[in-house]
Design a protein around this ligand. Sequence first.
Ligand SMILES: Nc1ncnc2c1ncn2[C@@H]1O[C@H](COP(=O)(O)OP(=O)(O)OP(=O)(O)O)[C@@H](O)[C@H]1O
Ligand SMILES: [Mg+2]
Length: 239
Amino acid sequence: MSEPLFQVKQLEAGYGEIRVLWGIDLEVNQGEIVCLIGSNGAGKTTLLRTVSGLLQPTAGSINVEGQQLAGASSRQVLTGGIAHVPEGRRLFRTMTVRDNLMMGAYLRKKDRSVVDDLDRVMTMFPRLAERAHQDASTLSGGEQQMCAIGRGIMSRPKLLMIDELSLGLAPRAVELLSESLIEINNSGIAILLVEQDVMTALDLAHRGYVIDRGKISFAATSEELRQEPAVREAYIGAA
Ligand SMILES: Nc1ncnc2c1ncn2[C@@H]1O[C@H](COP(=O)(O)OP(=O)(O)OP(=O)(O)O)[C@@H](O)[C@H]1O
Ligand SMILES: [Mg+2]
């Protein structure tokens, strides 16, 4: 068995005295889309923030292609190959769409490959190309998410982590974004998707984890999770 691309082992983290993550084990293999589902406050955002170096773990390990990243800075994590599309998208509102996308490449050498990648993002998201010189604040919610994902790809990550793909978006926008994620995944980027809408998550992902009060309660293929009575009852609303 080859090593997973990304591996979190016995990860613990929290805010001051408040412990949120209690020994998380999670893996993403090369080529996979993996989802993380769980109710409000379960610790999904905390996990992504800990992986991306915004929050320091109190125990455990984070590994990407054999490189240890627990305790690393956000910059080191990005250089290590992990990009984070945060909850709420966090674009630079008064900067143009193009400049927001270019921010994703801020740690890369500014050579031809950056321009090529920008072209690729604009081709993948024609709506961003049409709006390249508008301020990000003028984008619709779905377009903002496209821009946030595009910015993530501009760092040429091995793993793209997305916190709440569909939150607040119309079904059509979610469909378009889902198609783009499949295209991104087919281009060789693994994806860790945090998603409240469990059906959207399981439709997209090969495998999934359920997090409940800071612990992984289920880890299985999407098909198995869909059939699991406890998951259906708690997260899909059908026993
Ligand atoms: N900055 C903070 N300071 C203290 N506690 C926090 C902070 N951020 C989050 N928490 C707490 O950590 C727990 C997990 O929050 P987190 O945001 O990781 O959950 P989540 O699974 O992403 O929830 P949601 O589905 O609502 O986005 C919650 O109890 C929350 O109140
Ligand atoms: Mg969250």
